[in-house]
Design a protein around this ligand. Sequence first.
Ligand code: ADP
Ligand code: MG
Ligand code: MG
Length: 922
Amino acid sequence: MATMGKKTKKGARDVKAATKARGPKYVYFFGAGKADGKAEMKNLLGGKGANLAEMVNINIPVPPGFTITTEVCTRYYKNNRKYPAELKPQAEAALAKVEKIMGRKFGDPENPLLVSVRSGARSSMPGMMETVLNVGLTSKTIPGLIKKTGNGRFVYDAYRRLIMMYSDVVMEKASGIEPAEGHAIRHKLERALEGVKKDNGYKSDTDLTVDDLKKLCDTFRAIIKDTLHKNFPDDPMEQLWGGIGAVFQSWMGKRAVSYRKIEKIPEEWGTAVNVQSMVFGNTGDTSATGVAFTRNPATGENIFFGEWLPNAQGEDVVAGIRTPNPVNNAGKTEDTKHLSSLEEVMPKIYRELFAIQKKLEKHYKDMQDIEFTVEDGRLWMLQTRVGKRNGQAAIRMAVEMARQKLIDSGTAVLRVKPEQLDELLHPSVDPAAEKKAVEIAKGLPAGPGGAEGRIVFNADDAEAWARRGEKVILVRNETSPEDVHGMHAAQAILTAKGGMTSHAALVARGWGKCCIVGASALNVDANKKEISVHGKVYREGEWITLNGTKGRVYEGRLPLKPADPDSNAWYKELMKWGDRFRTLKVMTNADTPNDAAVARNFGAQGIGLCRTEHMFFGPDRIKAVREMILSDTLEGRKKALAKLLPFQKVDFIGIFKAMAGLPVTIRLLDPPLHEFLPHTDEELRSLSVDMGVSFEQLKAKNKSLHEANPMLGLRGCRLGIVYSEISEMQVRAIMEAACELTRDKVKVIPEIMIPLVGHVNELALLRKLTNAVADIVQKEYKVKVPYTVGTMIELPRACITSDEIAVQSDFYSFGTNDLTQTVYGLSRDDAGGFLPYYIENGILKGDPFITLDQDGVGAFMRIAVEKGRKIKKDLKIGICGEHGGDPKSVEFCHNNGIDYVSCSPFRVPIARFAAAQAALKK
Ligand code: ADP
Ligand code: MG
Ligand code: MG
């Protein structure tokens, strides 16, 4: 039907008018081998529009159309929701061009052109914005189209779809109407459709006859009038501009706004609108529609992978209304092997599609997610974009594409988001426990890994429960954009319907979240809040476990197994490539030999922060710690510390051994002493019995240790100075451990770190003490240990006077948690009261405790680096603190002359990778 050519006189006139339209260019045409736009113009044309143009430019069959730019959206909102004056004439001119190519006219009773109105933001927001198909069908154009196609069934099927989409998207959602659950116009119309099917005993939408559909359309219009108190528009232009307006409206819709917040997409970007001539996958058995990926997005395997439906329109596949068939035989699974593939049913079309997807992947040099429609034996491409993939797939694809020479190894490293590695570092269901578990259902493995959680049935509950600290699994029949916030809050997502390209699968894949879709045995009743399956019922709050890698749902809680990334050959290869580019060193924060060993396995090049206070809390020594605190005399404290010494020494021996040959940075005691005492009267009473000290005495001690602002009180080096015997004991323990191991030929590199230095004199004093103790211990053991003494930079004053401090310091380690607190005057423990509000309302772009505040805290760091290196050219500088494992902060460190970052063991691979990317980007 969508044949090209055939000029009409009127069409030619309109084209002339187009060239006259003045002003900035708001409308970009594409079609018939030529497009105004191209792939690089994503910012202006949105992803969909830019790629439609690009496909036209490389001679791939795309139905002609035009894109209204994102600029129009931005102006529309700036200008009180009014379009720029140039828009209408430009759009009309472009429409005329489309009409000319198609040989049909929009709204023409004899030979009507139909179009789709499609949104398309810069980066894909799956399902967030709305699309209306079959725009232009009215009481005037319907008879003409029936005459032309000789297919009344198809025309009325198209019409009922238009009515459903338009009333939902344009008349309800874009108008800001928020109906109660189950009362949305879409649901009402769907129920009417289900009613017809049920009354006639039909199984599928395709069973409906012309008369059924005709009647259904009348019913639909009546329901709309009744519910929305407006007539469904019967004017093609009103439909078209209604659709365009709805796309712009939906940019500010609740769901779009919430998705943008999660994905950090700025509001100013706006969305484009694509108006495109319709091609029809629902004209009969020689028509079809589908969605495919140039490689498997779940595993990364280099096999063309997709789903299709005969005699259907595009949205059917994505919405998961019918269970789709696999595109090819290679993609068949146990569950789909009985279904016929496109390869079998339409072999010629399949070959053409296969060639196009190859061409697209080669052209874009990345895995593509494509939409296609077959109309009466002719193939049309409707969309291509870089396909979402989970971390495992991203890694495999990057490595295999580099091996194929499609990309180079640097590009391969840049292809994988550091966060995507996280998935491989996530737990999976313990296979031994899984064997014995009670299986509830099977589904499609849409998002890998294992997850356990309590069942919830809607997004709001998921969010509310998660906020209370509950682990939940969101269970739905299918998900829609309304559910995104709940999907985000849940450990995992489980749906009864939908395929691998359904909304749930797409969103979960983007986040690397465990997800199972199409678990068709489940009867999910969201109202009653229960699942029934094979006679069993599971209610809200009950625990289930998901194996998202295999698509299996189990009863209860199964143990999860820690990740084992090194069993993945592609991961290992990619990390190796990354390390070739990386210059920043990656160390770890570890306080136990076990953590140290885990981190070393992940590639840590030493310990950047070993917190000694954690060792004080061990049940075998906390008593000695408290004895020390409670003692009022130096003698008493020394006696207690002597008891602690062997414990500390053993700790250090274990850690040094685990990190043999690599530097271990040990921080002397940091927190205020009151943290080691209990606080309630009850606890104090039982302690008083334990320690043989009176309750009153304990209470008084507690009171004396109380500080109005402990964060700025007697802690860090201040403690080590006032109670120098503590520092002495710790240095002795470190050096005894080091000397003993050195004597045993284990290579030990201790770096002693003094916390919270604000004035150089503090450091000078403790450095002298450290050196004195270290000298004595080395003499006792008759060995030399190459130790260094440095400081943690966590106060603004230290940054500013870094030229003085550097004189006394062998190395710096920025304690960016405390530095953020002290530069910002922001207490991490109290920021919860307002920081979320700040971020929600755009006052701050993000949490400065997660991603380093480069302009403020970063500026102090730059000063410290610059002044320090002026004194000592080779001063070793690193950061410890949460930021060491945050990719953006790692990039900042790389770009600002920092030598290493230190982060928790499980973040080490991510930091390594982020550091490699930072080097590549620079
Ligand atoms: P989304 O961004 O949610 O994927 P799309 O704009 O891609 O929305 O459209 C939804 C569905 O409608 C897709 O399957 C698409 O292929 C189909 N579609 C859009 N425009 C046309 C058209 N002109 N002809 C046929 N099908 C179309
Ligand atoms: Mg699409
Ligand atoms: Mg600190």
